[in-house]
Each structure stands twice: as structure tokens, then as C-alpha cells.
Design a protein around this ligand. Structure first.
Ligand code: ADP
Ligand code: MG
Length: 327
């Protein structure tokens, strides 16, 4: 099973950022309202994710490191309507097979916390008592310490950290209701307070996006035919170097979709924002029955029932808004 885990690890665990994505999604699935991420050396030396979610019971702690152990799917029916972020039960097993992993957790009704440790091939089966408030801390150290070939593919510390930070930014824009803190080598990099009103949501967007974005962006909020589009679209005055500032969410899930990209690009082009990469933070809200976000669990694809209508809505809304402010 260890070999199987390492093979699976190749799919799930590519670099610190992919570990961070799995751990943060677990925290969100656990109902966390606050997530603290501590990183050393780009996440290769240390990646610690601490949450205040539901925790893992003592008897489930060792099991949660086993492959295909998930608490999130009880039957095949669940596979259809799965709304948790992870559901394959592979992440923790894969991560622990290529690192040194400590899992510490406490549920609300437990009188103490418990801890389990795994190092590459060797899982220390013994579950030990530990000190921890309600919630879970996953501490991953020395990524790929036992797979040097994989380790060689890691990039410079800054590159790995940038990827990791991007993962957190994407999730932070999906979950305004959750507090996120990110520290790198002992320094605070992101401190995002839970945001429940428009002003504090806008503040978070400003913190997450490049400096100056909010000031040079057009706020959008349109509702039509049961579709709502809100957020910010960068104006041509905004620095053209931010080609990667493209965040699009469908029902709070980040999406990278050809149809969406096409509609936005087309609207930009047709208002003569020539040669400009569109920059945007946009949220679309649609009836969950009109969209299938689970086309592929790790890709950011989405399938709309009525894609023509969605395309026209996006194009029309953005075209009108941009045309109104054309210089
Ligand atoms: P999956 O998320 O696909 O179920 P994982 O390997 O990511 O599989 O996690 C295995 C199990 O460990 C989860 O189903 C969940 O029960 C538990 N778990 C992992 N992380 C957390 C967490 N932060 N809080 C509570 N439970 C967790
Ligand atoms: Mg998971």
C-alpha cells in the first residue's frame, strides 16, 4: 500500500502548493472559520495548517491517513451530489507517504486532543495524547525527503511560495466568511479577516489582488434571468503586467473555463480594450441545478446546462458596463 500511496502522491502532490490546496480544502470541509498557515522555505521544509473545524475523533485519526479513507462519501448516491471539496480520501495518505506528517486534532466533545505521526513508509500507529484546542493541525515537514527524484523538480523557494500563496488567495476569494492567515519564514504575508459586509469584502479583494487594482477597477453587480454577476473588472488604466489576475467563481468555486474566458475576452475586445489581458475578480451565482462543477475534481472546469445563455449574459453584462465607462 505504501507504493500505491507514493504513486497516488504523484497525482495529488506535485509541490508545496498542491499540498496546501488539499489541506486547506480539508479545513474548509471541516467547517473551519479560521485557518492559519505557517510556511518555511516555500513550504518544502514546513507547511503547517491549523484550523478550528470539527476535528477528527481519536479512533479516526490513524484511519484518516489511510488510502481511500474518507468521511465524506457514504454511498454511491453521495458521489452524485457531492458538495465537499475533497472526496477521494487520498490526499493525506499521499502527502504522508512523501513527507513527515503530524496530525493533531480535537473534536468539540473530546476532553483532550490526539496526535498521530507518519514518516514516509513508516506510520507510527500509536495515537498519542496532545494539547490542541478544538480543530485540527496538519504539519508537513521535509516534502519529498524520501523521493529525491521528485525533489529535483521543485523550484526556487520564492517560486514555490508564490504558487502556495496563490492557492490561498484563490480560496480566500471563495470564502470571505473565513479568516485566513499566512506566514512565511516567520513573517506575516496575508492577514485576511472574515468579511461579512460589502466594505470588508472589497477590502479583502484589495488585499488579495495587486496594489491599485480596486482603485482602477469597475465594480459590477447585475442580476438577470436568475443569474447574478458581481465583482470587479480592471479598467485599461490598470497596469497591464497583471495578466494573471483573473479570478472567476461560480457559486463560490473557482473556475477556469473556456466559455467564461471567451465571453470576457470578447467583451473586452469589442469595447476596444485592444491587446489588453482582461483582469477581473468576478463571482457568478446561478441555480446549482443549472451547473455541474464536478466535471473533474482537480481541474477547474464547469459545465452549464444552458451555456449559450451564460455566455450571452457574461458578454452582455460586461460589454455594457465597459462601454459605459469607455474613455
Ligand atoms: P478526503 O478529503 O478526500 O476525504 P483526505 O485524505 O484529504 O480525504 O482526508 C481524509 C479524512 O481525514 C477526511 O475525510 C476527514 O474525515 C479527515 N480530515 C482531514 N483533514 C481534516 C481536517 N482539517 N478537519 C477534520 N477532518 C479532517
Ligand atoms: Mg481532502
Amino acid at each position: 500500500p505504501q507504493l500505491a500511496n507514493q504513486i497516488a502522491a504523484g497525482e495529488v502532490v506535485e509541490r508545496p502548493a498542491s499540498v496546501a490546496k488539499e489541506l486547506l480544502e480539508n479545513s474548509l470541509d471541516a467547517g473551519a472559520t479560521r485557518i492559519d498557515v505557517d510556511v518555511e522555505q516555500g513550504g518544502v521544509k514546513l507547511l503547517r495548517v491549523r484550523d478550528d473545524g470539527c476535528g477528527i475523533a481519536e479512533q479516526d485519526l490513524a484511519l484518516s491517513l489511510a488510502r481511500h479513507a474518507t468521511s465524506k462519501i457514504l454511498s454511491l448516491d453521495d458521489l452524485e451530489g457531492v458538495d465537499s471539496l475533497g472526496f477521494r480520501g487520498e490526499a493525506l495518505a499521499s502527502i504522508s507517504s512523501v513527507s513527515r506528517l503530524t496530525l493533531t486534532s480535537r473534536t468539540a466533545d473530546a476532553d483532550k486532543a490526539w496526535q498521530v505521526f507518519a514518516e514516509g513508509r513508516d506510520m507510527q500507529a500509536q495515537v498519542q495524547p496532545a494539547a490542541h484546542p478544538k480543530g485540527t493541525t496538519v504539519e508537513m515537514r521535509d516534502l519529498f525527503f524520501n523521493t529525491p527524484a521528485r525533489r529535483k523538480f521543485l523550484r526556487a523557494e520564492k517560486t514555490e511560495f508564490d504558487h502556495l500563496q496563490e492557492v490561498i488567495k484563490r480560496l480566500a476569494l471563495a470564502r470571505f466568511d473565513v479568516t485566513f492567515n499566512l506566514r512565511h519564514n516567520g513573517k506575516s504575508v496575508l492577514a485576511l479577516q472574515a468579511a461579512h459586509d460589502e466594505a470588508s469584502m472589497a477590502r479583502r479583494v484589495g488585499q488579495v489582488c495587486a496594489a491599485g487594482f480596486l482603485e482602477q477597477a469597475l465594480p459590477i453587480d447585475i442580476e438577470r434571468n436568475g443569474l447574478r454577476l458581481w465583482g470587479w473588472v480592471g479598467l485599461p488604466t490598470f497596469s497591464r503586467s497583471q495578466a494573471d489576475l483573473q479570478y472567476f467563481y461560480v457559486n463560490r468555486r473557482m473556475v477556469r473555463d473556456k466559455l467564461v474566458a471567451h465571453a470576457i475576452r470578447q467583451a473586452y475586445r469589442d469595447v476596444l480594450y485592444n491587446g489588453r489581458h482582461p483582469v477581473f475578480v468576478l463571482f457568478m451565482e446561478v441555480d446549482p441545478h443549472a451547473v455541474d462543477v464536478n466535471v473533474h475534481p482537480t481541474k477547474h472546469e464547469v459545465r452549464f446546462r444552458d451555456s449559450r445563455m451564460v455566455h450571452d449574459f457574461l458578454y452582455g453584462t460586461l460589454h455594457r458596463a465597459l462601454a459605459d465607462v469607455r474613455p
